[in-house]
Design a protein around this ligand. Sequence first.
Ligand code: NAP
Length: 549
Amino acid sequence: MTSETIATDQDAIIVGAGLGGLRTMIELRKLGISFRCFEAGDGIGGTWFWNRYPGARTDSESWTYCYQFDRELFEEWDWHDRFPGQVEVENYLNFVADRFDLRKDIQLGATVKGATFDEDSSTWTVTLEDGTTSTSRYFIVAGGPLAARYTPDLKGIDDFGGTWVHTSRWPEGGIDVRGKRVGIVGTGATGVQLIPELAKEAANVTVFQRTPNYVIPARNHPLSDTDRRSLKADADRISNVVREHWFGMDLGMAGRLTTDVTPEEQQKILEWGWEIGGFHFIFETFDDIFLTHEANEVVAEFVRNKIRQIVKDPETAEKLAPKGYPIASKRVPLGHYYYEAYNRPNVDLVDVSENALAEATSSGITLADGTHYDVDILVFATGFDASTGSITRMDIRGRDGLTIQESWAEGAQTHLGVATKGFPNLFMVFGPQTPFANFPPVAENIVEFLSQALTHLEESGAATMEATQEAMDEWAEHLDVLLNALVLSEGERVRSWFVGANIPGKPHKVLFHFGGVAAYCASTQAVIDEGWKGFVFEGSSAKKDAVPA
Ligand code: NAP
């Protein structure tokens, strides 16, 4: 920035020092754009700072759950596990912050309360919870798609006599569950990781399950020195494949459909995927899993049969076996001996699908039919107001005082998931309507697009960049088409966060781009190639009293 541009405290304010925020900071440094990052947590890492519940780890293989833009960075870091645990990822992100000297521009423990756009100066004023304010030209929200926690509004929770916690606020020192009766609400990816871990120590674990998930085995293991050496030698291939693969992982196509092989061969192939672990089971067995109900049902039934084989009590197995909805229309969790945990004498499964949680009492939980369960510790693994929550929980005001809540009253609307009309120079990293895929390659794609957008803004001398309504409508239509082509579109019926259906009262709208990382990247490139189609650039960034050169 030159001294002739409008004076602000810094060029950009970034919200969030997690995976997306850190990558944004590295990019802005390269561009010479000054910034300040406000991070609510007392440490760096975003999701990986907050989600420290026992068992928390990635569902992505470590060599893909990292930045790919810098070959040296990729080679410098040694991953310990195939699927790294929370501490490992938190350490990695702290390593990145130090390596790129980012800490000096990050303010920890700083929660952004709101941000207001001033039309005269085309600047943003950001207000923190403690009342302090700061100004910038660019307001970049990198709060994370799964940051705003959701806890059901359970009657009587304030009267509960034990300890209750949401998994994303697990205390740093842990919770001592030894000898305690623990109740867990929720069997999404978080509950699936947590349940086997707590079962090892608690006197008793009662799982309150509303919808069973299709859980596939992770098969985590430590990486050897040889593994690490060969992964580093393979860095170029990995970097290319995560940008090309639909889900942004080190995976290939199966190259076959369920209809290409006999039922016996189908079972053999699925068995291979089950044994190798991770998302290979979904992406490298049959290419029609997401495309036809028949193919999806072959895979779904295979998982149900696995549950029936693993879980010794047939009644419990049937309760755990998902029925009536396609595999992957809710995000498939990876399990670490999840189904095996139900063979322990201290784990009980309670089906609350038709007998809902009614209230918390001083001693535990009561269901709608009056059945009561005594618990000492109550854990809500109940997920997040995904995608939009980290943005709408702030008081963001754009042109004419329009709030983000008003603008998105009928569902989020964006162009490319990066910008939204009425909020000039507000950019989102992982905003709604960005790809549903492994987070790091998605973040890298978005930040690379943002980098080009900011370069264009700076070079053009325009004051603001803003999405048009037409572009947002087209993007929403495009996203509908992408999701409706897949069997995953049934997510609305099964309360999937893909479409906002997990939060009571939230408008149902497609919140993710289901076309894959490479297709999203092609869309962003097309926008650039077509002269920033769908964006308007207005005003002049020059100071009104600047002396012309
Ligand atoms: P989630 O998938 O939204 O699951 C929330 C669970 O809480 C569901 O089982 C839901 O039941 C249940 N629930 C919510 N309200 C309830 C109520 N009133 N009564 C009974 N049950 C209720 O949340 P999550 O497990 O935290 O996972 C969210 C996402 O975070 C994941 O899909 C994943 O993308 C990410 N994550 C990733 C990892 C990883 O990569 N390893 C780990 C954890 C989380 P219904 O299904 O019936 O609504």
